[in-house]
Design a protein around this ligand. Sequence first.
Ligand code: PRP
Ligand code: URA
Length: 209
Amino acid sequence: MDGVTVIDHPLVQHKLTIMRDKETSTAGFRQLLREIATLLCYEVTRDLELSLTEIETPLETMQAPMLTGKKLVFASVLRAGNGLLEGMLDLVPSARVAHVGLYRDPKTLTAVEYYFKAPDDIADRLTIVVDPMLATANSAVAAVERLKERGAKELRFVCLLAAPEGVERFRGEHPDVPIYTAAIDRQLNEKGYIVPGLGDAGDRMYGTK
Ligand code: PRP
Ligand code: URA
């Protein structure tokens, strides 16, 4: 589908399967999310701009590639986004971070905002929004709207699992924001959960219910 990249790397798929397993521990789930995040980060940053700069190795002078394009903001959709954020920061430690605090009302499934903080220069940066789950897309749509209101101009959305319904809704609302995901599952169930899915990502990360 246009604007949607499924990251089918074997390491991503293997780790995702372990995360889906209901027997995987909280600590294991968190560790795997962080590891997968580095692999997703690798893909979402694949086209970042490089230019040659002169350096001296211990042996001679050379022209070597360095990142010179837009700097990054990682925007974490709380809580579960923080699991992806950690791995992303492992690879790009100098990135700035935005936090968008949202929870899904369990009855209406609408996103309720409780916190927002973003860097002042977000307009000049590439904003990579991270949240493991794209279900109805209510949270992702609201997070991106809020970041755009704050000035973000160029955005990408990274998740672990998406529902077809969520992908369609998100692309309809924000066609300018490409999606990167490790898998697109079958559907949403009557409670708005992705099936087969992995359950509630925030609860599995933090051992809550
Ligand atoms: C989960 C998930 C997404 C949202 C996805 O968060 O991390 O933010 O649900 O569902 P949607 O696409 O239907 O909006 P949740 O609201 O459970 O909050 P949490 O991360 O604090 O657990
Ligand atoms: N949020 C989750 O954490 N899991 C789902 O399946 C849907 C929304």
